[in-house]
Design a protein around this ligand. Sequence first.
Ligand code: M6R
Length: 349
Amino acid sequence: KKGGYRFYMEKEIYEQYDVLKENTLGRNTKEGIKFDEVDKNFFEGINNIIISACGTSYHAGLVGKYLIERSAKIRVNVEVASELRYRNPLLTKDTLFIVISQSGETADTLETLKMAKKAGLKTLALCNVDNSSIVREADKTILLRAGIEKGVASTKAFATQVMTLWMLSNYLADKNEYEIINKAIESTKVNPKIHEKIKRLSKRYLHGHGFFYIGRDIFYPLALEGALKLKEISYIHAEGYPAGEMKHGPIALADPELFVVALLSKNILFEKTKSNIEELVARDATVLTISSELIELTDDFIQISDSNHPMIEFFEMMVITQLLALEVAIRRGNDVDMPRNLAKSVTVE
Ligand code: M6R
């Protein structure tokens, strides 16, 4: 059933290219973005967006904030559902309430959706499971079409969540990025040489006191997600940070046993991020840089293809962070698909 892969998670990482093709089929068209599930009227009168989700789905939401605010110029607040649920939030009727969920059964996310409906907001679900509780509750749903995800650590669902939000940002902005979206999908094909390199590298990244993942802009939520993937399946402490935050405290932890995964985009804030990396190197942290630009100053380096759009870099880096978590966890002898203490869907709070 795993089709020659060691774990479902590995299979699901490799499936991402096909899954994204499916996710964008009939939606990303030469004429622009089309969604059969919703029409433009649905978005009329919307001045704000709230995105509510948990875990990986929350990280996808954060990427969505950068994309939607930048293209469509609509204010987006992204909320952890378990927090939003109990803080008696200010909900105004000119707000579109978006929930993101792979399973469609996450209790906290579902409750926030009910709360928003009660307050009279329009609601939209980005969900992978048709006929799930969240889909039944939401006014409209855009299905993620990721197929069944078995690994507890979400990979392909995250890819489709980010892609759907990217398409939505284009849709709301009347922007056409047909070719760029297709290139981004291409970039999720696993490069066997890079996978081999990650396998080799992983043995050096087993015994530190923790990991930092750093990035700026959309690469900051990717840093959060990379860190979550690693901690879920390898049980190593990992944190994601905006690269610019290092000197506000975290850099105090830098020493050779601190492993840093640096997501260095060529297209967004390259110089700023590079100097954050240099500061960590100067304090002897062990740094692995992922970038299209050859960086010789760090201990390790994984080169991605040269592209002129951050979302193409994003998807290629996403696959690399997933593979890194996978290989570190496998070397530690862990059951990658069934990590300790975790369930695939969290239906109780
Ligand atoms: O099914 P959902 O997307 O609502 O689930 C949300 C989180 O429980 C989920 O993303 C969790 O963080 C995953 N284990 C991440 O890999």
